[in-house]
Design a protein around this ligand. Structure first.
Ligand SMILES: NC(=O)c1ccc[n+]([C@@H]2O[C@H](COP(=O)([O-])OP(=O)(O)OC[C@H]3O[C@@H](n4cnc5c(N)ncnc54)[C@H](OP(=O)(O)O)[C@@H]3O)[C@@H](O)[C@H]2O)c1
Length: 327
């Protein structure tokens, strides 16, 4: 089968289209015939060697896929060959991918394979950021960094559904428009102004209840200034680089909370995980959670997908088209 692989960590040049054997279907797993694969910022970190959860090279990239089940492993019930599903996996940039049964989401009626590949990781991350890591309340003001990104646009919508006021940050007017269209109340261009000062101005000096930050180095420290008394900073990524270490005393003056989040920790709580999967699908079916797809590229153009993400050139999601959808 064709797959996008890395044999060493590095820049775009290490992404190679190769012919490799089909994945074996192990117990507790299914194998999908992949129609589309989602591209995540984490894939660019995996390629560069900065993703702690990534399999070391030689390996196939890609964390989520959508397609039809080809084979069902021992001990798996509830799925059969031909079922159309999305799944979190390792090795999604390929014609076939193996996924643990617990990471499989049956595709709802009316969802195409591009949307199916675009939503699982980013929607679940945003769902658990707003419902598990910090339970957003109606009276709260929420700051979302990189709010026009894949996770960002989901965070904006989910925080609005919780009833909160949402302030987003981004780097261009085109991206700001996308944030407002999905419900963002205010948008700050954090490349031309100091976002913490803008947040304080927009909140009459009070600050925000929670800040979601996966930008990292460029934004991290200023979040403490932008937070309200007893405010909460949730750090879940570092697109601009790893921040400097923090001294606990930075938190004292306003009794702040700093926490970290990774989606894979939620997967260790089966009932919370299953509830999140059901909820994001339900919200999509009800038309309350929109999936914004920026570009669909063929599998062999994975390098262009990474280039776009790393150059801040995307709004929402980039998807790789792998194979044809079953008739
Ligand atoms: N912890 C978890 O479980 C988890 C799960 C999913 C994603 N994440 C993290 O969440 C973040 C967003 O992921 P995503 O896949 O949705 O990507 P994305 O937000 O679609 O793309 C990354 C965005 O980050 C912003 N950015 C700021 N500084 C940047 C820089 N120096 N280089 C590149 N981008 C920069 C850009 O938006 P602007 O142009 O608006 O600045 C860019 O569009 C990533 O840090 C990712 O690792 C974490």
């Amino acid at each position: 089968m064709r797959a996008i692989r890395i044999e060493q960590y590095g820049g775009l040049e290490v992404l190679r289209l190769q012919d490799v054997p089909l994945p074996r279907c192990e117990a507790g797993h299914v194998v999908l015939r992949v129609e589309a694969a989602g591209v995540n910022f984490a894939d660019t970190r995996h390629r560069a060697g900065n993703y702690p959860w990534g399999e070391p090279p030689p390996t196939t990239l890609g964390l989520e896929a959508c397609g039809a089940i080809e084979e069902v492993g021992k001990g798996v019930s509830g799925y059969k060959a031909g079922d159309r599903v999305a799944a979190l996996t390792n090795g999604a940039y390929a014609e076939y991918a193996r996924a643990p049964a617990s990471m499989v989401i049956p595709l709802p009626e009316g969802m195409d394979s591009v949307t199916g590949a675009a939503f699982p990781l980013q929607a679940l991350t945003a769902y658990h950021l707003t419902h598990t890591a910090h339970v957003v309340q109606e009276h709260e003001t929420v700051l979302v960094h990189a709010a026009a990104g894949g996770v960002g646009l989901m965070l904006v919508q989910l925080a609005k559904l919780r009833g909160a006021r949402v302030i987003g940050t981004t780097s261009s007017e085109e991206k700001a428009k996308a944030i407002r269209e999905l419900g963002g109340d205010e948008v700050i261009n954090y490349t031309t102004s100091l976002f913490d000062e803008e947040v304080l101005r927009l909140t009459q000096g009070a600050g925000v209840d929670v800040a979601y930050d996966a930008v990292g180095r460029a934004t991290f420290e200023r979040n403490f200034n932008a937070l309200k008394l007893f405010g909460h900073l949730v750090s879940f990524g570092a697109a601009s680089g790893i921040p400097e270490p923090v001294q606990p005393r930075v938190l004292y003056a306003k009794s702040l909370k700093l926490s970290g989040f990774v989606l894979y920790a939620v997967a260790r709580l089966p009932s919370v995980w299953a509830q999140g999967m059901a909820q994001v699908v339900k919200l999509w079916q009800e038309g309350k959670l929109r999936v914004t797809v920026h570009r669909v590229l063929p599998l062999e153009e994975a390098a262009e997908a990474h280039r776009l993400l790393e150059s801040r050139g995307s709004i929402g999601k980039i998807v790789l088209r792998v194979g044809k959808a079953a008739a």
